[in-house]
Design a protein around this ligand. Structure first.
Ligand SMILES: Cc1ncc(COP(=O)(O)O)c(C=O)c1O
Length: 416
């Protein structure tokens, strides 16, 4: 086993970040918690927890229509998060729709833009490593309008095969829906190139940014995409908050998602008119508290900065790859150099589920199974993997402990 290395300066900064997360002080099964399930959901810093308590204890109120002080304070805080989210991805504020998550954002696009723009002879291309939430909404749309949904191949190293995309693009393709980072492999897709190719055929591009938002700078102007979806809970914010970017001209031209209060201009039995986007897509009382508590989560990421996040991840990748290579019978999936600190692997002779449980017994939280990407697992010919996904607070020391434990389990139960 490698002895703990001297903690670098960067490592020390991450240790400081870790202190902001109360849950990371707890023990699991008698060991300090090493949380490596960040791709499923991240832990929450004290600032987010405080923002929730503060909202409920000092200015809880419904938003947008109130004339009283509490309503104004809540509206201001709610809209502040929208402003921050728009700045975070370089979109205009009225292009940023608040939803309850990436899943709802994609379903919104399928229901509104999809039903208006897609018909029987049309084709939707989706990446072969998509999360189910970027597959099933298109299949449901297909059930309604009769279009075809086809997968684009994934290369051996786990990134989208642009040759296959080029081959499949035609005038009938109306949408290419791909993730920026795969939740099962951690690989980064060349989405800018996807956009350039799709544009040649007039197809729109939807990017699932759920895994990318906490790891890398996203700029929707630079990507020139039509839609981008991401979730707050994967970036240190509360659950139940999601974001959908849509280009203004599209959001202005498509019908509302749901009907009700908050999204109307005038209602009469003769007919109803709607507010402009983004409110047109936000019927009913939204998730006010959680949206407000997203603000400190954005601030945390901005404070640490993507440059530092990327430097740290490079170190985690370099270190982890070195360790994985020395563990007999360990196979990594998603071997591309272009990836985040997410490691998906299997070990000969040890079922992923058992490996996950044995790691849990040592306080390490990882995820096992298909990670909501069953078609990807089928194409890899496996049932599932063990996935260790690192977040803003994870250090090389955490990685060292993880690989020490995997090594120990392999030498005890592995068949290689
Ligand atoms: C790549 C990707 N897309 C979509 C989703 C769905 O996100 P949510 O459950 O927050 O709607 C996830 C969640 O794991 C994901 O990793």
């Amino acid at each position: 086993m490698t002895e703990t290395k001297t903690i670098t300066q960067r490592e020390q900064q991450l240790v400081e970040v870790k202190k902001d997360f109360p849950i990371l002080k707890r023990e699991v099964n008698g060991h300090p918690l090493i949380y490596l399930d960040n791709a499923a959901t991240t832990q929450k810093p004290q600032g987010v927890i405080n923002a929730l308590t503060e909202y409920y204890s000092s200015y809880n109120s419904n938003i947008h229509r109130g004339v009283h002080t509490l309503a104004n304070e809540a509206t201001e805080a709610f809209e502040k998060t929208r402003n921050t989210a728009a700045g975070f991805i370089n979109s205009k504020v009225d292009e940023l729709v608040l939803t309850k998550g990436t899943t709802e954002s994609i379903n919104l696009v399928a229901r509104t833009w999809g039903e208006k723009s897609i018909s029987k002879d049309d084709v939707i291309l989706v990446g072969g490593a998509e999360h189910h939430s970027n597959i099933v909404p298109w299949q449901l749309l297909s059930d309604r309008v009769g279009c075809k949904v086809r997968p684009v191949k994934i290369k051996e190293e786990g990134v989208l095969d642009l040759e296959d995309l080029r081959f499949q693009l035609s005038e009938n393709v109306k949408l290419v829906a791909v993730n920026l980072i795969s939740n099962s492999l951690g690989t980064i897709n060349p989405v800018k190139e996807v956009g350039r190719l799709a544009k040649e055929f007039g197809a729109k591009v939807l990017i699932d940014g759920a895994q990318a938002a906490p790891h890398m700078k996203i700029d929707v102007q630079d990507l020139d995409c039509h839609f981008l979806a991401f979730s707050g809970h994967k970036m240190y914010g509360p659950t139940g908050v999601g974001f959908l970017f849509g280009k203004s001209e599209i959001l202005n031209s498509i019908p509302p998602f749901q009907g009700g209060g908050e999204m109307i201009k005038e209602v009469s039995f003769e007919g109803t008119s709607y507010l402009d986007p983004p409110l047109k897509f936000e019927a009913g009382t939204p998730n006010i508290a959680d949206v407000i508590a997203m603000q400190p989560a954005f601030e945390l990421i901005q404070k640490v900065g993507f440059e530092k996040i990327s430097e740290m991840e490079k170190e985690l990748i370099r270190y982890s790859r070195e360790r994985m290579a020395s563990i007999p019978g360990l196979k990594e999936f998603g071997t591309s150099q272009s990836k985040t600190a997410l490691f998906s692997f299997i070990v000969d002779g040890v079922h992923s589920f058992d490996l996950g449980q044995l790691l849990d017994a040592k306080g390490i939280a990882v995820r096992t199974g298909h990670h909501c990407t069953m078609p990807l697992m089928d194409s890899l010919g496996i049932e599932g993997t063990v996935r260790a996904s690192f977040g803003i607070y994870n250090t090389v020391k955490d990685a060292e402990y993880l690989w020490d434990q995997v090594e120990r389990i392999q030498s005890k139960y592995g068949s290689a």
